[in-house]
Ligand binder design. Structure first.
Ligand SMILES: [Zn+2]
Length: 268
């Protein structure tokens, strides 16, 4: 029997840190069963690279957005440029966008303004928005609760927020993607959240080259030039297998539910 196809709901395959392995994994991922992968830009400077990868690789779904870490690199015309990329790529998503109060030197006002603008574009065009949030859950909830969101909902990627907030986000249309980094021992609260989430709101991701699983659960360890671990996109299999175990199901059963969710959320 053929295995169910796999979908990586969030990664950065265009990232220069993955360049030494790119040709290999572009061939390897479809062989592993990866059917589609959402490749997220994080700033104006990398949107052309995301677009080029999507033009080259038919299973890459591009997403364009300003990541909270990079909001201070915005040009005066950043929003027009974003609209241009969205117009030129029908079916593209908006991401990676969000709020982050963990990164050093963050500018909460600039982050909120940039996030709000992008979320509004997603809502107006009913595009899939992919949201990053670290240590800014209250501020994120304030925007999500009151602001317009896409009719199709939004994705909270690698959800690291509190369990108590899940219900509110679900009511506003959230999807939640499971990351291989949740296999770190200390991430037990995240594993518990994903055990009980409604099946119809679950997606799976790698966030490659970031958020690697712990070394003992990483079949494809790679590092950058400084020896820092990177997450190989083939770890999508690790994420599916771990989540299937957590939810007491098989990889194939999980994969068929995730396929439906992915298709619904990311459909053009
Ligand atoms: Zn990311």
């Amino acid at each position: 029997m053929k295995s169910a196809p796999l979908f990586d709901a969030h990664n950065h395959l265009h990232d220069a840190r993955l360049l030494p392995w790119r040709a290999d994994f572009l061939a390897e991922l479809p062989a592993l069963g990866v059917h589609r992968a959402v490749v997220n830009g994080t700033r104006e400077g990398d949107w052309p690279t995301v677009a080029a990868l999507a033009a080259q690789v038919p299973w890459v779904l591009p997403s364009f957005g300003f990541h909270p870490w990079h909001v201070n690199e915005r040009s005066a015309g950043w929003c027009e440029t974003l609209l241009h990329f969205l117009d030129a790529h029908p079916g593209a998503g908006i991401g990676e966008i969000g709020l982050d109060r963990w990164i050093e030197g963050h500018d909460p006002a600039a982050q909120a303004e940039c996030f709000h603008t992008q979320l509004a574009i997603a809502a107006e065009r009913d595009l899939p928005a992919t949201i990053h949030c670290i240590r800014a859950w209250g501020a994120l909830w304030d925007i999500i609760r009151e602001g317009a969101v896409s009719a199709r909902g939004f994705l909270l990627h690698a959800y690291g927020g509190p369990a108590e907030m899940v219900r509110g986000f679900l009511a506003r249309g959230a999807y939640f993607s499971f990351s291989p980094s949740f296999l770190h021992e200390r991430k037990s609260a995240q594993r518990e959240i994903f055990r009980t989430l409604p099946a119809e709101r679950i997606l799976v991701e790698t966030d490659a080259p970031d958020l690697a699983p712990p070394p003992e659960k990483n079949p494809c360890p790679i590092t950058d030039g400084n020896g820092k671990p990177l997450n190989h996109p083939a770890n999508i299999v690790v994420a599916y297998d771990a989540l299937a175990t957590i939810r007491g199901t098989t990889r194939d059963e999980l994969a068929s539910v995730v396929e439906q969710n992915f298709t619904l959320f990311f459909q053009p």
